[in-house]
Design a protein around this ligand. Structure first.
Ligand code: NAI
Ligand code: MG
Length: 366
């Protein structure tokens, strides 16, 4: 097997605690020959600022660019509230996303049967739920120019944000969604607001064009506001949903909360395929932050981080069987009733970060 490189950036707070559990999994998959990962580690966020005075060093950015995949924990915390704005912990994340040019953000919303009763929806609506939201991450209204607040001189101010999409940006995110749909339920919903936005008209036109290259995938258009309603009404109607940066931000959070705690939610961010190797730059991280309120207590839920590693196995290394095994191990542990504090209810037995990591590893070995 050709060895493959993983660059680990645990970051701050619980980032280091949850990454340690992933490292134990990797040590085992390497030991047994299931994988041949070469691991390197760097500093991102407050820890990098403390060591080097920057949110991430150029050297670590170079390593991230060279790696087959980056696993990222989380950054930030009150300790760094007063560092210069350019070097605040989040700057590491923004710089990495930009330099890796990861324009496709994948946010799965999977409802583990064992947790179906902790959803805000009825069990029958969410049990077996498996949605993948594909959010455009590098364009749209968060980045479009002009972006200003001006004084109008009459005591009023005017704020402007600009939604900008070019067809190539829509084309490439649509292709990611259709490619992923082929590995799943072969259905894509494209969400926009073409009824009131020109960018929505273009979005729909380009997505429909791309769909012609995927006759085996069913495309349905949905208005973004209706998508929000449908997600909380009958979420299981969706397989893959592709949408822009703003709507994706909101819809992915809506979908995520159907399935439970922040501590359960993984994500992947993918770039364009390399013209020579076909490999995409890729960045895997939990959705949650560094949770300073619980850091150092050993109680953080490592599942979002471990599930992010499973996404790396699937999307960067095409190790589909091992990815399934890791995800099944998570489901099995939950089925056994093991819970970290964030997902515990009533008289569930509560375990810590290391116990949860060990339990998942034990299932993987079984
Ligand atoms: P957060 O996601 O860190 O925490 C929100 C709440 O969820 C807290 O009560 C926390 O204890 C809990 N929580 C989060 N992850 C958990 C886990 N794995 N297990 C158990 N409980 C968990 O968001 P918050 O509090 O808004 O931000 C804290 C710091 O993290 C800030 O400095 C913020 O800027 C940073 N942040 C970093 C992100 C990243 O690195 N991608 C994303 C979001 C926030
Ligand atoms: Mg959000």
């Amino acid at each position: 097997m050709m060895s493959q490189s993983l660059f680990l950036l645990p970051g701050d707070g619980i980032g280091t605690e949850i990454m340690a559990e992933v490292e134990k999994l990797i040590a085992w998959t390497n030991e047994t020959g299931l994988t041949d990962f070469i691991i390197d580690r760097g500093l991102a966020g407050g820890v990098a600022y403390d060591a080097h005075g920057v949110a991430i060093t150029d050297g670590d950015v170079t390593k991230a660019l060279a790696a087959d995949a980056v696993l990222f924990g989380a950054v930030g915390g009150p300790k760094w509230d007063d560092v210069p704005y350019d070097q605040r912990p989040e700057a590491a994340l923004l710089r990495l996303r930009k330099e890796l040019a990861v324009f496709a953000n994948l946010r799965p919303a999977i409802c583990y049967p064992a947790l179906a009763d902790s959803s805000s929806l009825k069990r029958e609506l969410v049990e077996g739920l498996d949605i993948l939201i594909v959010r455009e991450l590098t364009g749209g209204v968060y980045f479009g120019e002009p972006k200003t607040i001006t004084e109008l001189g009459n005591g009023q101010k005017r704020a402007i944000d600009t939604q900008v999409y070019e067809s190539y940006e829509i084309d490439r995110i649509a292709r990611v969604a259709f490619d992923l749909a082929r590995t799943r339920g072969s259905r894509v919903h494209s969400a926009d607001k073409k009824n009131v936005m020109k960018s929505g008209v273009l979005w729909d036109e380009v997505v429909k064009g791309v769909a012609k290259d995927y006759p085996d995938v069913a495309l349905e258009h949905i208005l973004a506001d209706n998508a929000a309603m449908q997600l909380v009404r009958t979420p299981k109607q969706f397989d893959v949903m592709v949408t822009d940066n703003l709507f994706g931000d909101i819809l992915s959070d809506v979908a995520a909360m159907l399935t439970g705690s922040l501590g359960m939610l993984p994500s992947a961010s993918l770039g364009s395929p390399d013209p020579v190797t076909g490999k995409r730059k890729a960045f895997y991280e939990p959705v949650h932050g560094s949770a300073p309120d619980i850091m150092g207590k050993g109680i953080a839920n490592p599942i979002a981080m471990i599930a992010s590693f499973a996404m790396a196995l699937r999307y960067s290394f095409n190790m589909l069987e091992l990815a399934d095994r890791v995800e099944n191990a998570i489901a099995d542990v939950l089925e056994d009733g093991l819970r970290t504090a964030d997902i515990a209810q009533g008289d569930d037995r509560v375990i810590g970060t290391q116990e949860m990591g060990a339990a998942i590893l034990a299932k993987l070995k079984a």
